[in-house]
Unconditional design. Sequence first.
Length: 277
Amino acid sequence: MSGESRVGTGAPRGKVTAPAVVALKRKGEPIVVVTAYDFPTARYADEAGVEILLVGDSLGTVVLGYESTLPVTMDDMLHHVKAVTRAKPAAMVVADMPFMSYQVSTAQAVANAGRMIQEGGADAIKLEGGARVAEAVERIVEAGIPVMGHLGLTPQSVLAFGGYKVQARGEADQERLTADARTLERAGCFSIVLEGIPARLGATVSRELQIPTIGIGAGVQCDGQVLVTHDLLGLYQGHKPKFVRRYAELGEATRDAFARFLADVKRRAFPSDAESY
Ligand code: KIV
């Protein structure tokens, strides 16, 4: 990324890279991340100037209709990563590694991370976990692939957590999470998502690391913020966590548009002469 920030101006900008994202932290400029799963959303978010498009495995819940992210496969992810990268965004495209695509072995993790880059055209990958994924992170980074970590309320561990609950409320868990964050930084991550943790812990971890933290339900002191686009746009009808701020009500607008089309067709008010050949 070159020159001064052009966030939100719609002005042309250079490709956002992992070192450029780290440089934003050094400059004290908050990093903006949204999820994208398709070509038009990638275009709109890129035109708005966001720095990172995350093709999250939240795909499973907000687009594919699953109750969790656990059923999402590599094929599902690649299908949507390709749609996003076809938009040729200046924003960095981070592809989320789905459940069971990196847990079996380090070799499996490197191979699947490579598919996200080679087949999907992604610029980086994201995976969940701390010390237990450190070796995989090291090998993926050695292969030349930037890695974003993910700590706290990691949705792929929903069964182990017993639900989507705020994590690391107690002192021991907070120390473990901080140690995991340091381990991921040492392993070579260029940034770490912190999800569903107390704001004070988000601030502490952000202060301790040289690499940026990207918060979601982790307080305002994180180095950047991410929201799931379907939450941000009011397109998701499921549970609305406390940390979600809606910037549009596109779900209601969409239902209203369909209802008006239906009414027009039923009363033969569509198409008009001007809309006919
Ligand atoms: O899958 C996803 O969208 C994510 C974000 C919530 C960080 O992991």
